[in-house]
Design a protein around this ligand. Structure first.
Ligand SMILES: [Zn+2]
Length: 646
């Protein structure tokens, strides 16, 4: 059956779908709430030579509808394009009657290696500059952009790529008073979201798809539609899907295999550095100040400091140690094989672990299996990620100088070797931090000896977390992500986007804890605790019921949200604040975050609720906070001389 310039329709219990066959444009209506793809952003793609082609430019289009055992289906085949006769692909839209979800599939038929980028599914028209029209983005912990918000969203570091810090979750959504939708990417490894938005203009959010190892592959999405709703409903619907797929693994479940999870939950966090060495080829090398390029704090000094903190009443500490290996921080990975001798060697590190254990704490070592340094004794270009054209991606940004990327197929082998060597040296860390895995994109490798797709790279990273678990070691990584949530125990941080900018920078929207609404009880997340003239980050730590940072010595200045200055708290005040946050974390670590809201619609007053009846209220303007259980206040704090009622 063939149609051209025609509209095809599907109809479910609540949902009506119509597709403009030639252009591929979609219109939907659920219980009277209508959605349609923006006319200005018709489905299109780019060829490898940079040509932009609309779906509607296909030389041959064949479309039809059919009933399957699952529900109605619309399919459209687009074959041959001007100057690109070999390209052909198909889209399939099918309505799953059992769930009311609309599935979308993009399937290559021919010439898949000629396509560089596909812009599909297209953005919804979302044209009214109103406060109650809102875009929900998975950027870091989560961002809500009202359609009249005055500050545009800047360039995103990973281009909106799913699986990275730009998207802790593989979906986005939009909400109007009559209803909302969530667009979930079921094949997120080579895709991302793209937002176009000017000042005080409506947000247009679409999806980009890129080839995998040089060719386009099948891609799948799901639309979930809602009646009147908030971002809470979107997060809870997604949590339901994660559970359906068997990917929801709670900390309570993780603690059955790794009892130390319960110990970590009450800790205040310390981030400490032992040896720094900056290679002359690194971007951070400072020829004017040689003292900045090399310094050392012995293990014994850290052990003495930990004992001081315990004596001062810090409560249990989690101590993260950077630069513990011979070559120094961010040097010679994956060869963190020997403990830094001049810092005290294995004996010094054992002594530090002992000091941390004295107060009931845990110690974790920084490690790295992605950055592959040329100075590493194990460096071999044949183990590095290879582009399809045979070149090796690389740079010389970090302290260790020139690097490529270790193919993730090799990562666990080096991890096993390094842990075996530490074992032989009598060093048994409680935790291991595998840097960048949950912040940076998964890698691709075209080396025929260990070819790997990006999706496989993510699975192999999870394999490293699982290996640590098999050794009784708690796994940590830089940030958090949907693909890692079943395996990762904790992270360095999972901040709101604004925390990565200098305090006082205008915000591109309102911070909302989307990741925590899905995964609060699955991954432990420490929060910054800085108090500056502009804000008190403790309020966000409480709101999210995360772990507190007591001290955070940054690895590099002015990045990773470490800007220094403005913090005039005494040690006693810092400890008191951390103990409150650590207590709340311990109370709620196994509890789902069931709700976040702006109290009375006021962004400066917020509250979260947890499944065990705990409620946290904060007032960002008054800098007050209140913790309640089953509606009864149990603790509060506020500015001098005032109460903490919110
Ligand atoms: Zn490889």
């Amino acid at each position: 059956m063939e149609h051209r310039s025609e509209t095809l329709c599907l109809s479910g219990k609540d949902l009506q779908v119509s597709l403009e066959a030639a252009s591929g444009r979609l219109r939907l209506s659920r219980c009277g709430c209508a959605w349609e793809w923006d006319r200005e952003a018709a489905p299109h793609f780019f060829t490898v030579t940079g040509e932009r082609l609309l779906f509607s430019q296909a030389l041959k289009t064949a479309c039809g509808c059919r009933e399957t055992g699952l529900g109605g289906e619309l399919f459209c085949r687009y074959e041959g394009f001007p100057g690109e006769e070999a390209i052909g692909f198909e889209t399939r839209l099918w309505l799953e009657e059992a769930t009311g979800r609309l599935h979308l599939e993009w399937l290559p038929l021919a010439g898949a290696e000629r396509i560089a980028r596909v812009l599909w599914p297209a953005p919804m028209a979302f044209g009214e500059a109103r406060r109650d029209w809102q875009t929900v983005l998975p950027l870091r912990q989560g961002l809500l952009i009202p359609n009249d918000w005055p500050v545009p969203l800047g360039r995103l570091p990973f281009g909106g790529r799913f699986g990275t810090a730009d998207a802790y979750l593989p979906w986005f959504g939009q909400i109007r008073p009559e209803g909302g939708y969530l667009l979930l990417c079921d094949t997120p490894a080579n895709a991302g979201y793209e937002v176009s938005r000017s000042e005080e203009g409506p947000a247009r959010v679409g999806v980009w798809l890129e080839p995998s190892l040089g060719a386009m592959t099948p891609r799948r999405f799901r639309y979930l539609f809602f009646g009147p709703c908030t971002y809470n409903d979107l997060c809870k619907a997604y949590r339901g899907i994660v559970r359906e797929e068997g990917r929801l693994v709670t900390l309570e479940e993780k603690a059955v295999r790794l009892p130390a999870v319960k110990k970590l939950a009450g800790c205040s966090f310390l981030h400490k550095s032992v040896k720094t060495h900056v290679d002359p080829e690194s971007r951070f090398f400072d020829p004017q100040n040689p003292g900045k390029n090399d310094h050392l704090t012995p293990f014994a000094a850290h052990a003495a400091h930990v004992r001081e903190l315990y004596a001062a009443g810090s409560g249990p500490l989690y101590v993260h140690v950077d630069g513990w290996a011979q070559a120094g921080y961010d040097n010679c990975h994956p060869d963190a094989t020997a403990v830094c001798a001049e810092a005290g060697g294995p004996e010094g590190l054992r002594e530090l672990i002992g000091a941390v254990h004295e107060g009931g704490g845990l110690l974790g070592l920084h490690d790295q299996y992605r950055d592959f340094y040329h100075h590493a004794p194990s460096y071999d270009p044949d183990l590095a990620c290879q582009n399809p054209d045979g070149t090796l991606p690389g740079h010389a940004m970090w302290a260790g100088g020139p690097q490529n990327y270790l193919c993730t197929t090799q990562a666990q082998r080096f991890l096993r070797r390094n842990l075996a060597l530490l074992d032989q040296a009598g060093v048994h860390p409680d935790c291991s931090y595998l840097d960048v895995f949950t912040c940076n994109e998964g890698d691709e490798c075209a080396n025929p000896r260990h070819r790997m797709t990006r999706a496989e790279s993510y699975r192999l990273r999870c394999g490293c977390f699982s290996y640590l678990a098999s050794r009784g070691i708690l796994s940590s990584s830089e940030e958090v992500n949907d693909w890692a949530a079943a395996d990762q125990i904790f992270c360095h941080y999972a901040p709101y986007e604004f925390m990565m900018n200098r305090p006082g920078t205008p915000q591109p929207g309102l911070p909302v804890p989307l990741y925590n609404l899905v995964y609060h009880d699955c991954v432990i997340q420490p929060w910054m605790m800085e108090k500056t003239a502009e804000s008190d980050y403790m309020l966000y730590a409480l709101l999210n019921a995360g772990a507190p940072y007591l001290e955070r010595d940054p690895a590099y200045p002015n990045i990773d949200g470490a800007f220094g200055g403005g913090d005039e708290l005494t040690l006693d005040e810092k400890i008191r604040r951390c103990r409150t946050v650590a207590w709340l974390q311990e109370e709620t670590v196994f509890s789902e975050m069931v709700l976040h809201e702006f109290i009375g619609g006021d962004p400066s007053r917020q509250r979260t609720m947890f499944a065990n009846g705990v409620e946290v209220r904060v007032d960002l303007e008054r800098r007050a906070w209140q913790i309640l259980r089953d509606g009864v206040a149990v603790d509060s704090g506020g500015p001098d001389g005032e109460g903490g009622e919110v």
